[in-house]
Design a protein around this ligand. Structure first.
Ligand code: ATP
Length: 443
């Protein structure tokens, strides 16, 4: 899927000024505004992960601009300035405090485009949404298991202690974390989600804890980390079991003392953020095997909760299916009106190893590919294969179809993550790509 990269540009030089200074911003959907006031209005309506400040006169020194940047710290701001302004201490301080990166004129456009891309990539890893734009999402379902989960969330949301959410992949752990945050007294603060397994090991320390100028090559200025950015709100650490041991020690210190050290820093920084962690691995087992600190495990699991897998709440399937059908109705083929009884029966018999994520993936594909008025089991790739069909199809075709179904199931379960699906199936990524091409399965 290609995601649109959106850029909010604040300048009084108009679109032509942006083009003259920054070159062709191909691949970016640029919104240009001429004042901080206009930028405030745009940001009240829409989320921008990256912002560009084309600043001719050093307006960054003004209180109003600083306040604005402070309020919109979830946007990664990149500044462009005239080099002769940079001797001004107040401007230098403001750049160091509020900006992700800065450039001087004449702009080296290759470097600028690189830094915009980097800012966008980092924002995608952190997936920060400002509170006023976070739409209330709900844990849908009326099964006994989901009612219990909701009742549990209601209680722990009110308490300001760490939470450890367990549950299989795709079962809704992040949604549960969002719900805890949204119902807590911190709801107006930021909710910052980080997948500890997705950030490269070399970056994770500085991303989480920030760094001080000179901490390493390229650390030209102090930078707050994501834990600091979550101050006043909650930080969601997904796949906590993937956190390297040295970072587990730093996280434990933070949980005990509510302070952190930035990388290369010698002074402590006080941070008021609630930690919500999630894992799909068995943490007590990881503790027994020495991969996860026991003291951190006990600190985190003051309030352990478990999101039930979909197979334990199959009563919710008809309701969830309807919600997904309505949510993705724009993508469906025009003649499609609903889902057949046979499809609902096949769903009830399926085990859903990829949980709700798998359900969403199967439904979305079926809604695009279905050729009749109602979704049938085969549209969901859930048609039972009986012996008669295997005999009729012959061994080669049956083998081919089993191969196709296994690939399809695995991709659905892993949310189309090729590396994970290849691991699941026990083949290399190259082999998986080849098999996908053979069976005309699009990534
Ligand atoms: N009860 C629910 N009602 C509606 N949508 C749900 C529910 N649970 C999960 N979802 C949706 O299913 C998808 C997967 O959920 P989520 O990302 O929270 O799972 P997860 O357990 O955190 O997965 P992973 O372990 O892979 O990070 C999301 O699109 C989420 O919105």
């Amino acid at each position: 899927m290609v995601s649109v990269k959106r850029l909010l540009c604040i300048t009084n030089e108009g679109n032509s000024g942006v083009r003259a200074a920054c070159g062709d911003l191909r691949g970016w959907d640029v919104c240009t505004v001429d004042s901080i006031h206009a930028a405030r209005k745009v940001l009240a309506q829409q989320h921008y992960a990256v912002g560009l400040l084309l600043d001719a006169g050093g307006s960054l020194e003004q209180d109003d601009t600083e306040r604005f940047l402070q309020q919109h710290h979830h946007v990664r701001w990149i500044g462009v300035f005239n080099a002769d302004l940079l001797h001004r201490p107040q401007l230098r301080q403001a750049i160091a405090t509020h900006l992700f990166d800065f450039h001087t004129r004449p702009v080296d456009t290759v470097r600028l485009h690189h830094s915009l891309g980097h800012a966008h990539g980092m924002a995608m890893l952190a997936r920060t949404t400002p509170p006023h734009l976070r739409s209330a999402r709900h844990i849908d379902g009326e099964s006994a298991a989901i009612r219990r989960l909701r009742a549990h969330i209601d209680k722990i949301a009110a308490v300001d202690a760490p939470v450890l959410i367990g549950g299989e992949s795709g079962s809704g752990k992040e949604l549960a974390a969002q719900e805890i945050h949204a119902q807590s007294p911190r709801a107006r603060g930021p909710f910052i989600a980080i997948n500890c397994g997705a950030i490269p090991p070399g970056l994770i320390h500085s991303e989480l804890f920030g760094y001080e100028r000179g901490a390493f090559t390229g650390a030209g200025k102090d930078k707050a980390g994501l834990i600091e950015a979550a101050s006043g709100g909650s930080i969601f650490l997904d796949e906590i079991g993937d956190l390297p041991l040295d970072l587990q020690a730093s996280l434990l210190r933070f949980l005990q003392e509510r302070t952190i050290y930035r990388v290369g820093g010698t002074r402590t920084v006080a941070v008021d953020a609630r930690v919500i962690a999630a894992t799909h691995v068995d943490l007590p087992k990881a503790v027994a095997e020495g991969r996860f600190r026991e003291d951190l495990y006990y600190r985190l699991s003051v309030f352990p909760i478990r999101v039930p897998p979909l197979r334990e709440r199959k009563d919710d399937l008809p309701m969830l299916t309807e919600i997904i059908f309505n949510k993705y109705a724009d993508e469906k083929s025009p003649q499609l009106k609903g889902i057949s009884k046979q499809a609902l029966r096949a769903m009830a018999q399926h085990d859903w190893p990829g949980n709700i994520r798998e359900l969403i993936n199967r439904m979305r594909r079926a809604m695009v590919l279905a050729e009749h008025r109602l979704i049938m089991p085969e549209d969901l790739e859930l048609a039972p294969k009986d012996d008669a069909i295997i005999l009729r199809d012959g061994l080669d075709n049956s083998r081919g179809s089993a191969e196709r179904t296994a690939i399809w199931n695995s991709l659905a379960k892993c949310g189309n993550n090729i590396s994970q699906a290849a691991r699941d199936l026990g083949v290399s990524r190259m082999t998986l790509y080849r098999l996908m091409a053979k069976h005309s399965i699009a990534p």
